[in-house]
Design a binder for this molecule. Structure first.
Ligand SMILES: C[S@@+](CC[C@H](N)C(=O)[O-])C[C@H]1O[C@@H](n2cnc3c(N)ncnc32)[C@H](O)[C@@H]1O
Length: 235
């Protein structure tokens, strides 16, 4: 949240004013954001953050999100992926000629309301209580796609952060087992590291096809990658 406020302040008052009194790391972050074309494009296109472009690029290529689909967006705050999903699955019914889909977003944080999306704020997607809530909400008790851009608060210890995110991604397999329809897809972010193979193996057992993706909007200096797992084999 403070990051968004800084950027708004930069736009209103100019960067030199906003950089005053900030630590070196904060200044570097602000300058990088201000020079980032995806940040500018997100602002122009009214996306809540630049990550929208990662999902847009992946969806352009793999056509994950179709009108009428039901989507679970894990780690949805502030809501840019949900914005993309709402458009693609027609969950507002804006296109009456197309089937109406649905989007459910879950986050530990508060997520500001978005037309066409149903948000479960302050909920942990790894908890079975959240799974039960979702099951009750899904119109046909299943989802077509699970998206996860979730990430734990980084400690700065690369291996530890990697392990925590892999555990969170592995918990999505339990969610898929309960709520993903056979043939459905799962897209999840991970930070590359020693346990990547464990996650890939888990996904390969559950899905027919698993690909590693690095969309252009994902910063080159980041260990962030995505697994796209398609054609769920429900047991
Ligand atoms: C990078 S942000 C997601 C950005 C989002 N895709 C968007 O486009 O707006 C990662 C989010 O994951 C959430 N998160 C981390 N652990 C979670 C958990 N166990 N359950 C739900 N959300 C979680 C964080 O609170 C954070 O908001």
């Amino acid at each position: 949240m403070w990051k968004c406020l800084y950027l708004q302040a930069c736009r209103l008052h100019g960067s030199s004013q906003v950089l005053k009194g900030k630590s070196g790391a904060e200044q570097r972050w602000i300058v990088r954001q201000m020079n980032d074309p995806f940040v500018k494009a997100a602002h122009l296109q009214n996306f809540r953050c630049r990550s929208a472009f990662k999902l847009l690029e992946i969806d352009e290529k793999y056509r994950l999100l179709k009108p009428g689909f039901c989507v679970i967006d894990c780690g949805a705050a502030p809501g840019a992926w949900s914005q993309v999903a709402v458009q693609r699955v027609n969950s507002t019914g804006e296109r009456p000629d197309l089937t109406k889909g649905c989007v459910f977003g879950i986050d530990l944080l508060h997520i500001a309301p978005l037309e066409g999306a149903h948000f479960l704020s302050n909920q942990d997607i790894t908890s079975s209580t959240t799974h039960t809530k979702l099951q009750e909400l899904l119109p046909q008790a299943y989802a077509d796609v699970i998206l996860s851009d979730m990430a734990p608060n980084a400690t700065g210890l690369k291996e530890l952060d990697h392990e925590r995110l892999v555990c969170m991604c592995l918990s999505l397999l339990k969610l898929a087992e309960k709520l993903l329809r056979p043939g459905g897809s799962l897209l999840c972010k991970y930070w590359d590291g020693a346990l990547t193979h464990k996650l890939r193996d888990g996904l390969t057992r559950a899905f027919q096809d698993v690909k590693t993706l690095k969309p252009k909007a994902s910063r080159k200096d980041s260990a962030e990658l995505y697994f796209l797992a398609r054609t769920f084999r429900k047991i």
